[in-house]
Design a protein around this ligand. Structure first.
Ligand code: NI
Length: 185
């Protein structure tokens, strides 16, 4: 019986999360859609999905946020109890244009459960640095706008704020749901 159990795939110890021990994440103080201060430690006890982007992004950000939200909904269909412990967070890297109201509307367009955060340029810079996210002003666009070049990484963190994995939005919502199922329990 012992030998059989040892060969069973379910008896294998869970693999180490790919980002275990990485120096990613950390304190921030930002502003939500109601103008209230939100801190990283406010989410203690919850898993967190974190993505940095900007609401005027023509393609990448809406795609990533769409797939991360859809992936979380698919995960919730298969495991509602675990999914209820996950908070998804969008953080703007374009504080000049992304007011609390605009970020709130952007987040609400994808999911009732997505929190949109922005802040002063200094607050955003601190948060991005702590999450190893790069951003800088890019090309001007017709009509007086501009792009923001930025890292497009969807992070998953555990209940103590520890980094666990990145979510493969490039592979689609189903892959996001599968990755969540691996690490959220
Ligand atoms: Ni973008």
């Amino acid at each position: 019986a012992f030998a059989v159990a040892a060969c069973s795939p379910t008896a294998e110890p869970p693999a180490e999360p790919p980002l275990a021990g990485a120096d990613i994440g950390g304190p921030f103080e930002l502003v939500n859609q109601d103008g209230e201060t939100v801190r990283w430690q406010d989410f203690d006890g919850q898993y967190r999905i974190v993505y940095f982007g900007f609401t005027y992004c023509p393609d990448i950000c809406p795609n990533d946020v769409q797939r991360m939200s859809q992936g979380l909904r698919m995960f919730a269909e298969s495991d509602p109890e675990s999914a209820a412990q996950v908070q998804s967070i969008f953080i703007s890297v374009d504080p000049e244009r992304d007011t609390p109201e605009i970020v709130g509307e952007f987040a609400a367009a994808f999911s009732d459960d997505l929190i949109g955060l922005t802040g002063s340029p200094e607050q955003v810079k601190t948060a991005a640095d702590n999450f190893r996210v790069f951003y800088s002003r890019g090309e001007n666009t017709p009509g007086g706008g501009y792009l923001v070049d930025h890292s497009a990484v969807v992070y998953l963190f555990g209940p103590s704020g520890e980094p666990l994995a990145t979510l493969p939005t490039d592979l689609g919502a189903q892959a996001v749901a599968a990755e969540l199922a691996k690490w959220v329990s």
